[in-house]
Design a protein. Structure first.
Length: 65
């Protein structure tokens, strides 16, 4: 039996993955750089969204000039 992998990451998970401190992780989650769900005061981001953002994929449409 394998351990279930988290799909939604909280601020502590973001801190671990990015190496940022608590305040910087909260700032990142509130920045609007990627889609975040809030439940009460808890911020959650889907693991795939954070991973893609870290790779430079914003998920936002690119501007064409």
């Amino acid at each position: 039996m394998t351990e279930l992998e988290k799909l939604m990451l909280d601020v502590k998970d973001v801190m671990t993955i990015t190496g940022l401190g608590r305040d910087a992780s909260y700032d990142l989650m509130r920045s609007g750089e990627f889609h975040v769900k809030t439940i009460g005061k808890k911020y959650l981001v889907h693991k795939e969204i954070l991973e893609n953002w870290l790779k430079g994929e914003t998920g936002k449409p690119k501007k064409r000039w």
